[in-house]
Design a protein around this ligand. Structure first.
Ligand code: GLN
Length: 447
């Protein structure tokens, strides 16, 4: 009740939800009370959470913050939605995002920008900006996000919350509306690493409806939180500290590294030589996959369709011109270009080769270190509108996050201080495949 009231009171300003579910949430909360009274509480019994509106839910609409799906109702729940419900979580609503998860500021939503609760003239980051803002403003106790190139971690950093992108394959993508299928991964966002551990424990695991989900036991994440960090080696890539990094962000991150030394970890410089190519590689591969994934929105199979088209081709063209916003159209055009016959080798194939090099860099690094640390985002939250007209500047906010998706390794962002302007700064840790336990442990010990 308190969370729902808070949404009603504060969200008209923040715009972090696309919809809230008072009736269904109160019914679920009553059922949770009964279970608790009977002594049958499940791990997340009665915990109010929200889902990014890119995840399919039977309750309400699944809009992807696009005009194309404004009225779309899913006939099924995404696997992670189903699993969180089975763990007892109560869903208070669905959170706003960049249209089809394409963006770093939550300004491309068809439903308007989300505002950062720390300073409502600044962006919350993206694309899971609604989840970041909603958790930061305590409109829910936790929220799901999805991360294709940083969309859980970057908004977590800008909103001062904790967000974890699991290993590719750790959580099922079934019911996550696809942006770039080889990069997408759902994960938890919440105030602390401890909260994320409980959420991830419920979300992770094999699902036969997603052939890329991995059949491997789920670790006891809450049980891994207290582990000692002495003897752990943290690598800090020299490539991270370049001119794009704001001095106040660098200061906060270096101070956090000092604290890790005090916690007993060894901090040493390492190299990820192909890291500087992560953004262009990510842009080519993610756009290529997006152009293919978004081909299904043709005016026939999903909700939006243009009125009175002249013929079939006009129906496709007008539906897509009306239904997709500018950023989504830009990605589709870039994607079809890099996949076209004359350019495939020069762009798409080349990007796949660089992707392999980036993954090899990580494999080598993790022979020597347990964790790789750095900033999550080169700056703290920027002003609404500040980068909206400059896609390249916007893409550079993903400087530190896309490589983990290209390699498939997990990453976590958690608050590690404040910028000069008093906005939260995030620290980013990456670990080897399936070492979410180590990420949560390290973040928890810091917190
Ligand atoms: N900001 C990145 C992009 O615009 C990443 C988005 C994401 O992870 N979904 O593509």
């Amino acid at each position: 009740q308190a969370y729902l009231d808070r949404i009603e009171e504060l969200d008209p300003r923040l715009n972090s939800f696309t919809q809230s579910f008072r009736e269904a949430a109160m019914a679920a909360a009553d059922a949770a009370d009964e279970r608790i009274a009977r002594g049958e509480a499940r791990p997340l019994e009665g915990v109010p959470i929200a889902h990014k509106d890119l995840l399919a839910t039977v309750e309400g609409r699944t809009t992807c913050a696009s005009k194309m799906l404004e009225d779309y109702r899913s006939p099924f729940d995404a696997t992670v939605v189903e699993r969180l419900a089975a763990a007892g979580a109560v869903v208070v609503g669905k959170t706003n995002l960049d249209e089809f998860a394409m963006g770093s500021s939550n300004e491309t939503s068809y439903f308007g920008p989300v505002r950062n609760p720390w300073n409502t003239e600044t962006v919350p980051g993206g694309s899971s900006g609604g989840s970041g803002a909603a958790v930061a403003a305590r409109l829910c106790a936790g929220a799901t996000g999805t991360d294709t190139g940083g969309s859980i971690r970057q908004p977590a950093a800008l909103c001062g919350v904790t967000g974890l992108k699991p290993t590719y394959g750790r959580c099922s993508r079934y019911g996550l509306v696809a942006f770039a299928s080889s990069l997408d991964q759902p994960g938890p966002m919440a105030p602390t690493a401890e909260d994320c551990a409980h959420m991830l424990g419920a979300m992770a695991g094999h699902d036969e409806r997603d052939s890329t989900s991995v059949d491997r036991p789920v670790d006891d994440y809450p049980g891994a939180l207290e582990g000692d960090l002495s003897g752990k080696v943290i690598g800090v890539p020299a490539e991270f500290f370049t001119e794009g990094l704001a001095p106040d962000v660098e200061r906060a991150v270096r101070a956090a590294l000092d604290q890790y030394r005090e916690l007993g970890a060894e901090v040493r410089e390492i190299h990820l030589p192909h890291y500087p190519y992560a953004i262009p590689t990510y842009q080519v591969i993610s756009a290529a996959e997006a152009s293919s994934n978004l081909a299904r929105f043709d005016g026939v199979r999903y909700t939006h369709r243009t009125v009175e088209p002249e013929n079939l081709v006009d129906m496709y063209e007008s539906t897509r011109a009306e239904g997709f916003g500018a950023e989504v159209q830009r990605r589709i055009m870039v994607g079809t270009f890099v996949l076209s016959a004359g350019y495939y080798d020069a762009y798409y194939l080349k990007a796949q080769k660089v992707r392999t090099r980036i993954r090899d860099d990580f494999a080598k690094a993790f022979e020597e270190v347990d964790l790789i640390a750095g900033p999550t985002s080169p700056t703290a939250a920027f002003g609404i509108g500040e980068k909206a007209a400059d896609p390249i500047a916007m893409y550079l906010s993903d400087l530190y996050t896309t490589a983990a998706n290209l390699a498939g390794v997990p990453g976590i962002s958690f608050p590690c201080g404040f910028s000069e302007g008093g906005l939260p700064v995030g620290m980013h840790l990456m670990a080897n495949f399936f070492r979410e336990d180590l990420l949560l442990n390290a973040a928890h010990r810091y917190q």
